[in-house]
Ligand binder design. Sequence first.
Ligand SMILES: [Zn+2]
Length: 688
Amino acid sequence: MKKALRITLPATLVVVPVALALCACGTARSSAVANVDVAGMDKSIAPGDDFNAYANGGWIKATPIPNDKARYGIFDMLADDTRKRTVDLIQGSANGGQAASDDARKIGDFYGSFMDEAAIESKGIAPLKPQLDAIQAIAKRSDLARVLGGQLRADVDALNSTNFQTLNLFGVWITQGLTDPSHSFPYLLQGGLGMPDRDYYLSSSPSMTDLRKQYQAHVAAIFTLAGFGDAPARAARVVALETKMAKVHATRVESEDVHMAVSWRRDELAAKAPGIEWPVLLKAAELNDVPVFIIWHPKAIPGLAALVSKEPLDAWKDWLLFHSIEKASGFLPDAFVKESFNFNGKALSGTPELRPRWQRGVDYTSAAMGEAVGRLYVERYFPAETKRKVQAMVEDLVKAFGKRIDALSWMSPETKAKAKEKLVTLKVGVGYPDNWEDYSGLEIVKGDALGNRQRAELFEYRRQLAKLRQPVDRGEWWMTPQTVNAVNLPLQNALNFPAAILQPPYFDANADAAHNYGSMGAIIGHEISHSFDDQGSLFDASGRLVNWWTKEDFDHFRGAGEALAAQFDAYKPFPDLAVNGHQTLSENIADLGGLLAAYDAYRLSLQGKPDVVKDGFPGDQRFFISFAQSWRAKMRDAELRRRIAIDGHAPDQYRAQAVRNVDAWYDAFAPKPSQKLYLEPKDRVRIW
Ligand SMILES: [Zn+2]
């Protein structure tokens, strides 16, 4: 599933999108302003025909996507603004002199080493040489298992941010057991593909066929740059091996099926997934004393293991060489950075230009020492007053959601009681974690850019492994405070709202209720609703995977979900490609549930008084316009195709249309039955 508000990119691929341009966020506003961007609307469009274009059409027409971005919208503008603040904090750390704390020095050295392009150029590929030598020295299958195991990192997340992509053979995720919330387990996920998903290897569509050719050329180019002979033949072997991996991979929709996961004891791995010398692999991965694994992809993992024994050793060595270089490319000389961007940025996402180095440096530093950077961010930019106000808003939303549960006509009292229990025990993190990560064990060496990155990844992996021997912490955070996003954690029955999203334009202490509830309120409601979406609803108040529904209630709930999936299946951004209603169902349920709860909370905040007209819009209209403007974005075609393939979220323009299921939107805008978004009352999806 995919619980975050938006997709997050794996840190290995951080070179891909996102970049510059400052929004007006954070500028002082007069009290309780409406915050409707009237100039960004297109009033020539009827709200009932295309509510997204009505609310955002003016902006969409007037705003080009910057050359270094694949997508651009208010989310990206805020991320840019946050990155600008963060680089100042990082550089302040670097200039702290003797007085700098240990963490501040490390942050400054990490960033400074990455920014020292001359030093990186002069070393060439030498920093990677020991690893490449170790791969070339592989002489037998046990050597292969050792190298494959040694590369595993905690780099995927099956239920929170739902990142299923890893360049390693397997992804590792460490968290509570599905049916045992009091202990942590290692989850093993399928991996190994250099392109985003199996479809990129197997689909016969012209755009995928073309990308496969470009990918093979990219693999060859990387080999040539790194000084390996026979590059075209090596590239052909790598792509052929990955195509075999793709054939055994689960689809994106299958990956979201939590019931596919199984538990295997360590001593069962060899029998259930033969082909790998598991004891060797597990020892290298520091997982050899773990008694039980949760196998997220019980068909793909045996499939991949079989390839490890069947495919020629040379093909595996080429695959390992390519992936090792590709993973390190951001920290290698410019020719590698450019080649990686040419494929991962340009070809896959359609982004014309690489974003500035400092922006990549900020993201890498945040990936390496996220909470140390986050601590600086919070001290400077997240006042206690904001935290208090957001906490109050969360309480309003939880109350509103509870009232909606009470009022559901289709749900039995037994199921309602369980749902309420889950709601009242929800643990909501606002801004930043209660306990900060300790980085004293992480070695950061000035001038060793790649080594710093690799040590940081290993440090994080070992921090995750240590959880296997510790009591479960329901207060654990999965996003850094400087992340513009939010996440629901179904196994912890918890939410994280990082400090960076709790600011204008999403949340503005000076804005009126219609804006704050339509924008940030709907986001808070979205995350709460994830606890009750098609997948979140499979977990109880303790985070245990257990069915707490009566059969009738669950059947009704499923039926409503199917109707919503059908609604999204009908959205076609390209003649040959539609949104996948099932792949995006959790998010679409969360958007709708969040919008409904936010609307109720907004009405409650008015205490029975009518909201005044501002900028020519009554309060209810402003609420829905602020909602749609919070999804304001535009995307390049290649990026839109990539996201439809791998993203659990529907494209933003369709998320804004969630209003068509809400009765209050019909009251506010009076759309006509002949208009495109209009749904008869019986066809409006009513879930929560
Ligand atoms: Zn979400």
